[in-house]
Design a protein around this ligand. Sequence first.
Ligand code: HEM
Length: 511
Amino acid sequence: MDIISGQALLLLFCLILSCVLIFSTIRSKRKSPPASKLPPGPPRLPIIGNIHQVGKNPHHSFADLSKTYGPIMSLKFGSLNTVIVTSPEGAREVLRTHDQILSGRKATNAIRCINHQEASLIWLPSSSARWRLFRKLTANHLVSPQRLEATKALRMEKVQELLSFMNESSKREEAVDISLATFVTALNVTSNILFSADMGSYDSKKSNGFQDTVTGIMEAVGSPDAANYFPFMGFLDLQGNRKKMKDCCDELIRVFRTFFDAKIAEKSLHNNPKDVSDRDFVDVLLDLTEGDEAELTTYDIEHILLDLFTAGTDTNSSTVEWALSELLRNPKTMAKVQEEIDRVIGQKGGVEESDISELPYLAAVVKETFRLHPAAPLLVPRKAEADVEVLGFMVPKDTQVLVNVWAIGRDPNVWENPTRFEPERFLGKDTDVKGRDYELTPFGAGRRMCPGLPLAMKMVPLMLASLLYSFDWKFPNGAVSEDLDMDESFGITLRKTNTLHVVPVKKRAIN
Ligand code: HEM
């Protein structure tokens, strides 16, 4: 009996031991210790690290390097650790799986020189209560379905003005600077939604300055800057980005103030508050500056407006310019999209926003443009708020994290014939730009996704469809489509280096 119970005890002990071993092996497999390895990357030089490997178009340099080092790589620019992801899986991990930890922002020297990181929708960390308030205000009072409906007529009116301008140029058989013309339209839509006034004019002498100011800010923020890599050098302003940023922002804020002052004066004259439907975004914000429990100051409003003007004008207009450029280089695609628009709109005289959902090929043209020419090719730089594991590698706290959406859009492992402009690839597919398909995220994704997306997805197709419905386009001075270059200039947003100049040829009467 003793022997039997001794054997039974031994058996039981072995059984428990094996269970414990099996259980702990499974557990350790499920919960592997955090990765300690940094992502691979090119060798670094002392002090400068990898700065010498980045050219004028950083998204190109990073795309080339990722062919050697893979979909996640780490580079060092002076003291700035940077991780760049270049695959849909990497984008998903950054923008979705670890969205919360990776939703900080790495403010550049130009941003810091005006302390914009302390009052900006774009540059405040997502953990900040002010950022949440600013996001809520834009979601509820700028791009909510009700506000978009209420500002529909305004967008139509501004597109109509663009067509009238094209019509005049067509009569004179004059080439139009498409970048400037579409910028004026985007600017006036934005300024009217924000404070019910036009800021742009199609008279090139008057409005060129404003476009230069907005692109000046983009360049100052996005251009290489020694102080981004060696912060102690900030005061030297070696690249002139601080001065450029300050001058451009002072100029914009000076213009905003004239509009505020007029509004405040108007408010004090009328005791009756405006009807809700007549109130623009700045009216709503100014109300929040009043009383003992004011949620905002005019300083906050100035900085929110800086963000909305810089993020919301050039992005829309350059997307239309890239789309038109691609269509001019691809005459068959141009014919196909114009045929669709003509068939659906017929003799109605003009495109309306409600027609856009009936134009699937146009929608595919817009997606194809975003794939090849995303307005923000590296999104807006993010920052890791804590150590985090991405694609099996360690991304330490405070690292700058970039998603190269430009390179993902041209990756042969993701897209067939990636460099060809072929809108057909999207027909019959659900792939969309709304931040759920990580091979196509021109607006980013997750909590920092572009809040202007609903507005942009109305403006870009409406402008493009209207231009294609009312006009054919020819190159000036006998140039042909093969002469059209597609060179890019990077400055946080991606612009055409040589802006598109074409002559509009009227197809039908303009309403
Ligand atoms: C074609 C048009 C546009 C494109 C491609 C675009 C793209 C982007 C991208 C990529 C980001 C960064 C997202 C991220 O970090 O994951 C962004 C942020 C932002 N965009 Fe847009 N945008 C466009 C139009 C607009 C418009 C019309 C507005 C407003 C009127 C706007 C306002 C903003 C703001 C305020 C942010 C910062 C959001 C934050 O950091 O929380 N954008 N946009």
